[in-house]
Design a protein. Structure first.
Length: 346
């Protein structure tokens, strides 16, 4: 298949690009190379004849039309977005622009291409979203595909809006769409502003390891390579117009994650003191959702997909990857906002 992947220089998009090329697909990667992008993430496929990169903004409809007519994709996987909740608190405007208006332009460019091509049978538009659209859970319960939307942060509200647009394009215009809502991802190539890389890098630097609030927030952690595999499964086999929730079946409190990383570092790169001595509780994120948890029954039962790694296995691989790839993360540390606490201005 010919895949048009947006956001393929980011964390999850690059994992999808690498897996798609390895599976024999051809890929056009459309990315505006924002602060969160890194072309090194796709260095291993750069030389492939099946890979093309286009530096374009999803808000630029003219360029999107050219990309569609030049590359004639069979499948669109739309991952480009502003993705960091803390940044959305400080500056929501870009989140609305890119996540809402960018998705609108993607839908219109895809629809125009699909209609002009005679509505080819196999064409699909797969929109990648988050479980944060469902709001927060208490100590029990899980999100299903029918849980009502209840987004709380500018980030999750912008993603919820984009999901609604995608559904509307299916209902109104018949555009063949798929939507996935996934839980928190982690793994290699995650930009060093998200919890797991921040903890690893602060620990290695001998700096305080910040834990928001009491560290009791629960997330359902999904290893990025498992997620990319799930996305390609849904893209190929999912039922049109349908939503699939993708979870890691690995719930943990933030403090448990931080302690596990400290223990792994104690084994792999022992220091004078245990790394957990650097743990420092800081003011909580405004509106911090307590718990997210995904009911994975639909993707498991309909498509036979389940995550391959436990949280401990995934954390072990991730910590080792950051230890082995210091050059990658050092090159990103001078980017705007990195290493600084964001999202406390509410
Ligand atoms: P990321 O921030 O690592 O990467 C986003 C990519 O999109 C970057 O390469 C960036 O340059 C590109 N981009 C941003 N604005 C753009 C624009 N206007 N035009 C073109 N490209 C643009 O994000 P990620 O963590 O890889 O997330 C990918 C997708 O998955 C997002 O849609 C996000 O909402 C969703 N998601 C992420 C997680 C997670 O845990 N990371 C969880 C659920 C859903």
């Amino acid at each position: 298949m010919k895949l048009l992947i947006t956001g393929g220089a980011g964390f999850i998009g690059s994992a999808v690009v690498r897996q798609a090329i390895a599976a024999g697909h051809s890929v056009v990667n459309v990315d505006a190379l924002t602060y969160a992008a890194c072309l090194d993430n796709v260095a291993e496929v750069e030389a492939s004849d099946s890979y093309h990169f286009v530096n374009a903004d999803i808000r630029d409809r003219t360029t999107l039309d050219e990309v569609f007519s030049d590359h004639k994709p069979d499948l669109v996987m739309h991952l480009a977005a502003e993705s960091h909740v803390d940044r959305s608190i400080d500056g929501p405007a870009t989140f609305i622009d890119t996540n809402v208006m960018g998705t609108f332009h993607m839908l219109e460019a895809a629809r125009t291409y699909w209609v002009n091509a005679g509505k080819p049978e196999g064409f699909r538009f797969h929109h990648i979203s988050t479980d944060e659209v469902y709001g927060a859970l208490g100590d029990t319960g899980q999100f299903t595909e029918t849980t009502p939307y209840d987004p709380r942060s500018p980030y999750s509200a912008s993603k919820a809006s984009s999901d609604h647009l995608v559904r509307a394009w299916y209902e109104t215009y018949g555009l063949p769409v798929l939507i996935t809502n996934c839980s928190n991802n982690y793994g290699p190539y995650q930009f060093p502003e998200k919890l797991i890389p921040v903890v690893i890098l602060k620990a290695l630097a001998g700096e305080p390891i910040p834990v928001y609030g009491e560290g009791k927030n629960v997330r359902d952690w999904l290893y990025v390579e498992d997620h990319a595999d799930a996305l390609l499964t849904v893209a190929k086999q999912g039922k049109l117009g349908r939503t699939y929730n993708i979870g890691g079946e690995n719930e943990a409190q933030n403090i448990e994650i931080v302690q596990s990383i400290c223990s792994l570092l104690d084994q792999k790169r022992p220091g004078e003191k245990p790394y957990k001595d650097q743990i420092t509780y800081v003011t909580d994120r405004p509106g911090h959702d307590l718990r997210y948890s995904i009911d994975p029954s639909r993707i498991r039962e309909e498509l036979g997909w389940k995550p391959s790694l436990t949280l401990q296995q995934g954390l072990n691989l991730t910590v080792q990857w950051y230890l082995d790839n210091e050059q990658w993360w050092r090159s990103l540390q001078n980017r705007e906002g990195v290493g600084r606490r964001l999202g406390v201005k509410a």
